[in-house]
Design a binder for this molecule. Structure first.
Ligand code: SF4
Ligand code: SF4
Length: 347
C-alpha cells in the first residue's frame, strides 16, 4: 500500500471533478425515506454520504441483472462484448468491498468470466467508511475493514478524509490533486485510528464463527429449518440483495422469424421453487426449508473447501429485505449453536 494522504472536506468538489474526468460516476443516492441506491451522480450534492446499505450492492455494475451474451442469425452467431465505458463507483463500504474481493476470486477462477473481469478493469472503486447499525455484523465475518478490492478508501475523520491508496489508478487520481492533498501526519493517523476504534465499539450484532462448518452439518435436521420454511414466501428477495450471490439463468429469446435471436444471462435465485427442478418433474430442493438450508450452507461454509472463505460479509441486506422477517443469519446461527432460545421462528 502507498503512503496515505489527507483531503480537506472543503476540497471534495475538486476530488469529485477528478472522478468525473475518468468516466461515469455512481454513488449512493436517497431514493425513499429509508432506502438508498447506487445511481449516476453529476455533483457531490446528489451523494447520500449517510447511506449505510444500498438496496442492491455494487455487484450490479460488474455483473448486471440482465445481459446479452450471444446474438445469432441464420445459423451464425457473434459474442456480445460489454460496453467500453469507464465507471467510478464512489462510497463503497468495507463489507461491499469484501464481497467484490470474493466475486473477483470466483469470477476469475477458470473458466474465467470475461464480461465481469472486463467491467472490473474499466472501473475505479472508491471506498468510504461507515458506522454500523443493528443489522451489521461484518466484523464477525472479517469484512469490517477495507480489503483489497478498492483503488482509494476514504475514512471520514471530521474535517478531512484520510485516504488510503491501493492501486496505480488510485495513485494517478491522487497525483492529479497534488495541490489539494497532503501526506498524512501523525495527528491524521491518530484521528484515523480513533475513528476505527469508535466504529469497532459501535457493533451491537454479531456471532461466533468457529466451527460453523460442522455446526451446519450437525444441525441439518434441526427443526428451525421447517419452522422458517413454513414462513418463507420463496420470494427470492434475499439473493439479489446479497453482494455475493451470483446464480444466473441462461434464456434463449428467439425472434418471431425463427432465424435470429439472443442468449441472455439473467440473475436467478436459489429460493425460487423452479431453481433446482429438472426434467421428469423432479426437484432437488422442493420445499422452502430445503432451499433455505442450502442457502445458509452456501453462505456459511459452502466455499470453505474451494476457496477458503465464507460468502457472507455481514452486510445485513437479507435481514432487512426479508418480507417474512425470518432471514436473520445471526439469530439462526445462535439458535443452531444453542445460544438462543428458538422463539422467533415458531410458526
Ligand atoms: S447473506 Fe445476508 S448478511 Fe450475508 S452478505 Fe448476503 S445479504 Fe449480506
Ligand atoms: S427473503 Fe425471506 S421470505 Fe423471501 S425467500 Fe428469502 S427467506 Fe424466504
Amino acid at each position: 500500500m502507498l503512503k496515505p494522504v489527507v483531503l480537506p472536506k472543503n476540497a471534495f468538489k475538486l476530488f469529485f471533478q477528478s472522478l468525473k474526468g475518468l468516466g461515469t460516476v455512481y454513488a449512493p443516492v436517497k431514493v425513499s425515506e429509508k432506502s438508498y441506491s447506487f445511481k449516476e451522480v453529476h455533483s457531490p450534492e446528489e451523494i447520500a454520504f449517510e447511506a449505510l446499505r444500498t438496496i442492491l450492492p455494487p455487484k450490479k455494475f460488474f455483473y448486471p441483472q440482465e445481459e446479452t451474451l450471444i446474438r445469432y442469425k441464420n445459423g451464425d452467431f457473434e459474442e456480445v462484448q460489454p460496453e467500453k465505458k469507464f465507471q467510478v463507483i464512489f462510497g463503497v463500504h468495507p463489507c461491499d468491498l469484501a464481497s467484490l474481493g470474493i466475486l473477483d476470486t470466483i469470477f476469475s477462477s477458470e473458466p474465467a468470466d470475461s464480461h465481469y473481469l472486463k467491467r472490473r478493469e474499466q472501473s475505479l472503486l472508491v471506498g468510504l467508511s461507515c458506522m454500523p447499525d443493528k443489522h451489521c455484523f461484518c466484523n464477525a465475518m472479517n469484512a469490517d475493514t477495507a480489503g483489497s478490492a478498492y483503488d482509494l478508501f476514504l475514512t471520514d475523520t471530521g474535517e478531512e478524509y484520510f485516504i488510503e491508496i491501493r492501486s496505480a489508478k488510485g495513485v494517478e487520481l491522487i497525483k492529479s490533486l497534488a495541490e489539494k492533498v497532503s501526506d498524512a501526519n501523525p495527528e491524521n493517523h491518530e484521528a484515523y485510528k480513533e475513528f476505527w476504534k469508535k466504529r469497532e465499539a459501535a457493533f451491537s450484532h454479531g456471532l461466533e464463527t468457529e466451527n460453523l462448518r460442522s455446526l451446519l452439518d450437525l444441525e441439518w435436521e434441526n427443526q428451525i429449518w421447517d419452522e422458517m420454511g413454513k414462513r418463507c414466501l420463496s420470494c427470492g428477495n434475499c439473493t439479489p440483495v446479497c453482494p455475493t450471490c451470483y446464480c444466473f439463468d441462461l434464456v434463449d429469446i428467439a425472434g418471431l422469424n425463427a432465424k435470429e435471436g439472443e442468449r441472455v444471462r439473467q440473475w436467478d435465485s436459489c429460493q425460487f421453487v423452479g431453481f433446482a427442478q429438472v426434467n421428469g418433474d423432479f426437484n432437488f430442493r422442493a420445499t422452502p426449508a430445503d432451499r433455505l438450508k442450502f442457502w445458509y450452507r452456501h453462505k456459511l461454509h459452502g466455499f470453505d473447501d474451494a476457496y477458503g472463505f465464507k460468502t457472507c460479509v455481514g452486510c445485513g441486506r437479507c435481514t432487512e429485505s426479508c418480507p417474512a422477517g425470518i432471514d436473520d443469519i445471526v439469530q439462526v446461527v445462535k439458535i443452531l449453536q444453542g445460544k438462543k432460545e428458538n422463539k422467533h421462528y415458531e410458526p
